[in-house]
Design a protein around this ligand. Structure first.
Ligand code: SF4
Ligand code: SF4
Length: 401
């Protein structure tokens, strides 16, 4: 079968929801973390963002609307655990004096269980206890397409024998904070998500090691989180390249722990995201750097010739170079595309009804999009509107609690 025929077949299966990820393996190659935009700013002298730190303008923006001194203080503090607890992401057990992937610090011996269903239930339950709002499990493809070839230091990433599964965990972000994007409160919930991610993966890895199994905890490192989360049944790809979860939309961060504990795996899900993205395009419209495509259909190649885009996967490619440059200009990260996504809006009866029809009757998608836009016309409702940072500071709840 020719490449064109193979792609056509995959496009049809992808559209019907028969496959969750369409990848042309004659083009797609494993990606190096060194080509990821945050790594490239450290070494790629040809990129205009080279050596430009996101916070380089921090001092000059204090006092501007949405950019207070206490906002910057909180945003930086939110990253504290993630940035200092590096052992959370260590391949070796930080509690072990010898250092090994499996060494338990308990005296329990190996947990022997051939009951895959029970093993998965236990892993998922403890994942939620350790802070995940949703947990999914996938078996790694033998050729590891979503595992990086190299890490940021350009060292090869090679899993030890036996590593077979990824336990993927979602860490919720706060919708009220995201509503202020690109102002600072949205960055506070981003940083806080990363710090809670460190807690979740470190604890999950220790749990698996205490059962006598290998565990490799990872945040954004080691492998591509979004395709792994899609394979683990936690959601679908959105137009802006991020995961959309049926309950939390894009208000999640993703982390994962690779292991050899025998597990029952989850199936990918399809709740109508790709079809809805074709008509929606809100993330593209509200992206301040215009880094998201407006094309109706996803494509196999990126229109930007950038090593940070990896051709061969059917999706809407994002211009991560201009996205990063907006972050520098903004002096903090941005979540506009997350904020405006209709799936990110919190669950409720009206949204549940809309999501039901988006899943089962995609021909009505333009209607739901119009309704989503219409509700934003009532100024007192503030439905889907950007919020002022002050409103976040006066709030009493976080993560809907
Ligand atoms: S994070 Fe902001 S700048 Fe980047 S793609 Fe999303 S909306 Fe655009
Ligand atoms: S904003 Fe619309 S187009 Fe963008 S990811 Fe969300 S649903 Fe898709």
């Amino acid at each position: 079968m020719s490449t064109l025929d193979t792609r056509k077949k995959m496009e049809i299966e992808f559209k019907k929801g028969k496959i969750s990820l369409a990848v042309d393996k004659s083009v797609y190659k494993r990606f190096s973390e060194r080509d990821m935009i945050f790594a490239r700013v450290m070494w790629d002298e040809t990129y205009s963002g080279y050596r430009r730190a996101i916070n380089e303008k921090e001092g000059t923006k204090v006092g501007m609307k949405g950019y207070s001194h206490h906002g910057y203080a909180a945003m930086n503090a939110a990253w504290m655990v993630h940035d200092t607890f590096h052992q959370a992401f260590s391949w070796e057990n930080p509690k072990s004096s010898v250092g090994s992937l499996t060494q338990s610090t308990t005296k329990l011996g190996k947990y022997e269980s051939a009951d895959l269903k029970k093993n998965s239930e236990i892993a998922k339950r403890i994942g939620t206890v350790f802070g995940a709002c949703d947990v999914g499990i996938t078996e790694l493809d033998p050729d590891h397409p979503y595992v990086y070839t190299h890490n940021r230091q350009n060292e090869p990433v090679n899993f030890p024998e036996g590593i077979k599964y990824a336990i993927v965990m979602l860490i919720q972000m706060d919708y009220q904070a995201l509503k202020t994007s690109p102002a600072l409160p949205s960055s506070i919930t981003t940083g806080n998500g990363y710090s809670r991610m460190a807690f979740a993966v470190a604890s999950m890895a220790d749990f698996l090691r205490n059962l006598g199994y290998q565990a490799i905890p990872a945040g954004n490192d080691t492998g591509l989180s979004v395709p792994l989360a899609v394979q683990a049944g936690l959601g679908q790809f959105g137009r802006n390249g991020l995961l959309i979860n049926p309950k939390y939309g894009q208000a999640v961060r993703i982390c994962k722990v690779y292991t050899d504990l025998p597990l029952e795996v989850d199936k990918p899900i399809n709740f109508g995201v790709t079809q809805f993205c074709k008509v929606c395009k809100k993330c593209a419209k509200y992206c301040p750097s215009q880094s998201i495509l407006y094309d109706k259909n996803p494509t196999w190649e990126s229109p930007w010739k950038s090593c940070s885009n990896n051709d061969g996967a059917l999706k809407w490619y994002v211009n991560v170079e201009s996205c990063y440059e907006f972050w520098v200009k903004n002096s903090t990260d941005c979540s506009n595309c997350i904020r405006v996504c209709p799936f990110t809006k919190p669950p409720g009866l009206a949204h549940d009804i809309a999501r039901f029809f988006i899943k089962y009757l995609p021909m009505l998608d333009p209607l739901w999009l119009r309704l989503d836009n219409f509700m934003a016309y009532f100024p007192w409702w503030r439905y889907g509107k950007k919020e002022e940072a002050e409103k976040f500071w006066k709030g009493k709840k976080y993560l809907g609690k």
